[in-house]
Design a protein around this ligand. Structure first.
Ligand SMILES: Cc1cc2nc3c(=O)[nH]c(=O)nc-3n(C[C@H](O)[C@H](O)[C@H](O)COP(=O)(O)OP(=O)(O)OC[C@H]3O[C@@H](n4cnc5c(N)ncnc54)[C@H](O)[C@@H]3O)c2cc1C
Length: 342
C-alpha cells in the first residue's frame, strides 16, 4: 500500500516528483523550438519527461526519435506514451518492439481516442482495444524478447518495464465515463500490472482529492500523480476542452478574459494553478506532472510557485544539440526563464 503523504506522515518529508509532458514536433520546422523547450525543461532535472503519441500512430517515427534522443542524449528518464486504438495487434507489437529495441523501459499505456469525424469508424477485429489489453501486450512482447535472447532477459531482470496508465478524476468525457467507473477502471489497470497512474488535468483540488479517496477505498494502491495545466491562456483552456472534454471553470475563463494582456494573464494563471498545485500537494499528491503544450515558461513558473523549481545550469549534461538530426540548438544558450518556444 502506498501511503498518501500528509503533514503527519513521514512521506511528506520527501520532495514531490516533478515531470513534464512533451508533444513531438508535428513538422520539421517546429523541431528547433521543441528541442529548446525540451532542453530547458530537462535542465531542471525532472523525475521524468513523458512524450505523447498520436492515436493511430501517425507520429510514430517522430515520437520514437524524440524518446530515443532524450534517452541517449540527456540524463532524464523518458516515458513513451503508446496508444492502440485502431491499430492491429501486429502493428502495436511492432511499435513496442521498436521502443524496446531503442532501450525504452518506461511506457504510458493508453487506448487513445477513436476518430471523431468518422461516424462509420469501427475498430479492427484483430486490434488492441483498450489500455488494459495494451498493458498485457507490452508484457507479452517483453517476455517474448526475453525468451528469445538471454541478454535481453538479463537486461529485463535488471531494468524491468514500468507501465503507467491514465486516469480521469471527473470521469472521462471522451469515453462517456463517470468518476466511479474510472475508479473501477483504474483498479483493473492496477490488476493488469500498472505501476502508477497520471491524472487527466483538472481545475479544482477536490476533483483530485475526492477521486484519490474513492480510489483508495476501492483498493487502488498505486501512486496517483496529479496532472496539471498551467492556466495562463484562455484560448488554451478552450482548446483543451475541445480535445479532452474537460470544462474549465467559468470564473477562471472570465477572469483571464478580463485581463488586458498576455503578461497579466500569465501572472493570474500561474497564481491560480500554483494554488491548485499546492492544495493537491498538501493533500498528499506524490508529485506534479505538468502538461506543457511545449512551452517551458508557464511550466517552470508554475513549479516556482510551489517551490519546486529545478536548478538550471549550463553544465547540465544535456547534449540535445549534438544529436545529428536535431537542427541547430545553441547548447550554450543561457537558461533564462523568459520566452516560450512554440
Ligand atoms: C495522462 C494522459 C496522457 C494521454 N496521452 C495521450 C497520448 O499520448 N495520445 C493520445 O492519443 N491520447 C492520450 N490521452 C487520452 C486517452 O487516450 C483518452 O482519454 C482515451 O479516451 C482513454 O484512454 P485510456 O487509456 O484510459 O483508455 P481505456 O482504459 O482503454 O478506457 C477507455 C474507455 O473504454 C471503455 N472500456 C474499455 N474497456 C473497458 C472495460 N473492460 N470496462 C469498462 N470500460 C471499458 C471505458 O469507457 C473506458 O473509459 C492521454 C490521457 C491522459 C490522462
Amino acid at each position: 500500500m502506498v501511503a498518501e503523504a500528509s503533514p503527519q506522515n513521514p512521506a511528506h518529508r520527501h520532495r514531490p516528483t516533478v515531470s513534464f509532458e512533451l508533444m513531438p514536433p508535428r513538422r520539421p520546422d517546429a523541431a528547433p523550438k521543441f528541442w529548446e523547450t525540451a532542453r530547458r525543461l530537462v535542465a531542471t532535472h525532472p523525475d521524468f519527461v513523458s512524450v505523447t503519441y498520436g492515436a493511430g500512430g501517425g507520429d510514430r517515427a517522430t515520437a520514437r526519435r524524440v524518446v530515443a534522443t532524450l534517452l541517449e542524449g540527456t540524463p532524464v528518464l523518458p516515458i513513451a506514451h503508446l496508444t492502440c486504438v485502431g491499430a492491429s495487434r501486429e502493428d502495436v507489437s511492432e511499435v513496442i518492439d521498436d521502443f524496446l529495441e531503442a532501450g525504452v523501459r518506461s511506457f504510458l499505456a493508453l487506448r487513445g481516442d477513436p476518430p471523431k469525424d468518422q461516424p462509420d469508424w469501427r475498430p479492427p477485429a484483430e486490434g488492441v482495444h483498450s489500455s488494459i489489453e495494451l498493458v498485457h501486450l507490452l508484457r507479452e512482447v517483453e517476455n517474448r524478447r526475453c525468451a528469445q535472447d538471454p541478454s535481453a532477459a538479463l537486461r529485463g531482470a535488471a531494468r524491468p518495464l514500468t507501465i503507467a496508465v491514465a486516469t480521469f478524476t471527473n470521469g472521462n468525457p471522451a469515453a462517456g465515463t463517470t468518476r466511479t467507473q474510472e475508479v473501477h477502471r483504474l483498479l483493473e489497470k492496477q490488476e493488469a500490472g500498472a505501476s502508477f497512474a497520471i491524472t487527466q488535468l483538472f481545475y479544482e483540488a477536490d476533483s483530485y482529492t475526492d477521486f484519490v479517496a474513492e480510489a483508495r477505498a476501492a483498493g487502488v494502491t498505486i501512486p496517483i500523480l496529479a496532472g496539471l495545466l498551467p492556466t495562463t491562456e484562455p484560448q488554451r483552456l478552450r482548446r483543451v476542452e475541445e480535445l479532452t472534454g474537460v470544462v474549465p471553470p467559468r470564473h477562471l475563463l472570465e477572469a483571464l478574459d478580463a485581463l488586458p494582456d498576455p503578461e497579466a494573464q500569465h501572472a493570474y494563471g500561474i497564481a491560480y494553478s500554483a494554488e491548485l498545485a499546492q492544495r493537491v500537494l498538501d493533500a498528499g499528491a506524490p508529485g506534479l506532472h505538468v502538461y506543457t503544450f511545449n512551452k517551458y515558461r508557464p511550466a517552470l513558473d508554475l513549479l516556482e510557485g510551489v517551490n519546486l523549481g529545478g536548478t538550471t545550469s549550463s553544465d547540465d549534461g544535456v547534449d540535445l544539440a549534438r544529436r545529428p538530426w536535431v537542427p541547430g540548438i545553441p547548447s550554450d544558450a543561457p537558461l533564462s526563464r523568459t520566452g516560450t518556444t512554440t
